[in-house]
Design a protein around this ligand. Sequence first.
Ligand code: AHR
Length: 344
Amino acid sequence: MKKAFYRFAAAVVLCGVLFSCKKAEAGDVRNGGIILGFSQIGAESAWRNCNTRSVQEAAEQAGIQLVFFNAEQKQENQIKAIRSFIAYQVDVIAFVPIVSEGWENVLEEARDAKIPVLICDREITLEDQSLYAGYLGTDSAEEGRNAARYLVRKFMDPPPDPPDSSLEDSRGSGEVPSRTGPIRIVELRGTEGSSQAAKRAGGFKEVIGEYPEFRIIYSESGDFLRSKGYELMRAVLDEYEDVDVVYSHNDSMTLGAIDAMKERGIRPGTDIVIVTIDAEQAAINALKRGEVNCVVECNPKQGPDIMDLALRLARGESIPRISYMEEEVFTEWDDLSTLPPRGY
Ligand code: AHR
């Protein structure tokens, strides 16, 4: 607790040093020379680290002075960071809300200080929608729907043969797994209270809800962490004899769950169908090996769009209310041989 306070105090001092350079003048804004206060959640996954790199590199490229805070997974740290941005009168505030509720007061303070706010990556729930200018990130409900659409195709609508039959051994046969009774799904959810967890669960249920054959037998939050994905999967395998599918809200938890399956002699991707979200390189490699069946992309490379929107806000221009990143779905039936390295 004390350690966290000192770390935060040090960050505020650093912030003070940075802000001894003055707020942007009109001419600076035209040249991109603005100050952007950015509060990141933490470093819980390779996805998150890529998201951070993307923001930092894009700020440098755009000539934007970035004041960056890592909240170490705590909403209270994010609120303190936003208050320090307000105190130092940055030109624009951007932040990734770890959870969707509880932002009213600090956003009212930003509005009183006339500092525009951009919400990034995760969404927030507010009564007064005018408290922020816009949202840039991913469509998590659609990611959940895409995960479910893959399962519908896998179990209800048999796919064609793989594009290259020599890949058959390494990437599964594409056959509908044999089973009796319902299709038993284990869901590993993201951080409790986050928009990503709520929407990935909601979008998924929306699609599988049309098919009584699918049944979610277990659903727990693994906080987007590999260690918790491992722990949860061990608990699941202790409790349930038959699991047909693991639907995991991110790759980190999936990789942990795969470790737990292998320890028990279970073949991931063959004995249990695995659908995961993010598309980190490690998950794509697992898909190529046949240990994962479907990877739904969540695009972390949001930095350039964030800088573009921040500049527009600093110039007093309006921005779209919602901007979604482009995203793909990769399955065991796709030819992945030409897929470029993911970079995360
Ligand atoms: O908010 C995006 C999610 O947060 C990603 O899916 C996950 O990996 C990350 O930690």
